[in-house]
Write a protein of this length. Structure first.
Length: 203
C-alpha cells in the first residue's frame, strides 16, 4: 500500500510540475489577462478540472508559479539553498558577495521573464503576489546585509538600510531583466558587474 501511495504522489507531483511549467510558459509568452486556465490545461495535457482542483483560481496558480521560481524544484527557501549557506559560511566578505550574486542570479533568471506580467497586474488582487514576494525579498536582503556587515564593517556612511537598498536593487530581477534580457549582457557579465558594484559601495 505504501508503494501505491508513493507512486500516486510521484504522479501527482509530475502532473503539478507540468501544469506549473505550462502556466509559466504561457504567462511569459502572452501575459496574465490573455492566458486562460483552459489554455494552460491544454498545454499541460490535463483536464481543466484537474487544473482548477489543484490551484482553485488563476491568482492561486500565479502564486504557485512565483513560489516555484523562487524555491526551485527542490522547494527550498533562499536561506536554505546551497549558495546562501555557502555565503554565510564564507569568511571573506567579497567572496560571500560573489556567492550571493551567483545564487540570486539563478532565481532572477527564472523571475525576470515574468516581471512584465506582475507589473501588468499591480493594481489587481493578483498584484499582491508580487508585492508579497518583494517584501520577503527585502527582508531577506536585510538579513544578508547584516551578515555581510558582521564579516567586515561597512565603510563610513554605509548604514544597514543603505546596504539593504543596494542589495535589494542591484540583485533584483528587474536589474537582471534590464541588463541580460533587454540589453544583451550575459549572465556572467551581470554577475561580475553586480558583485563588483556591491563590493565597491559597501566597503
Amino acid at each position: 500500500m505504501t508503494g501505491v501511495k508513493s507512486t500516486r504522489a510521484q504522479k501527482a507531483a509530475l502532473t503539478r510540475g507540468r501544469m506549473l511549467d505550462a502556466a509559466y510558459e504561457l504567462l511569459c509568452e502572452q501575459g496574465f489577462a490573455p492566458t486562460t486556465m483552459t489554455a494552460i490545461a491544454q498545454r499541460a495535457g490535463v483536464a481543466v478540472q484537474t487544473l482548477y482542483f489543484t490551484f482553485h483560481t488563476k491568482d492561486e496558480l500565479l502564486q504557485a508559479v512565483q513560489d516555484r521560481m523562487v524555491l526551485g524544484d527542490e522547494g527550498l527557501p533562499p536561506p536554505m539553498q546551497p549558495w546562501h549557506r555557502a555565503a554565510m559560511a564564507e569568511v571573506d566578505p567579497e567572496k560571500a558577495v560573489r556567492l550571493i550574486v551567483g545564487g540570486v542570479a539563478t532565481i532572477c533568471a527564472r523571475v525576470a521573464p515574468m516581471v512584465p506580467v506582475f507589473h501588468a497586474v499591480a493594481a489587481e488582487p493578483a498584484g499582491q503576489v508580487w508585492a508579497h514576494a518583494e517584501a520577503l525579498r527585502d527582508a531577506g536582503m536585510r538579513d544578508l546585509a547584516e551578515a555581510l556587515r558582521a564579516k567586515r564593517a561597512f565603510r563610513k556612511g554605509v548604514s544597514l538600510d543603505r546596504a539593504t537598498d543596494l542589495l535589494f536593487v542591484l540583485t533584483g530581477p528587474e536589474s537582471y531583466r534590464s541588463f541580460v534580457l533587454e540589453r544583451g549582457w550575459t549572465r556572467g557579465q551581470w554577475e561580475s558587474w553586480t558583485a563588483a558594484a556591491l563590493v565597491r559601495d559597501l566597503w
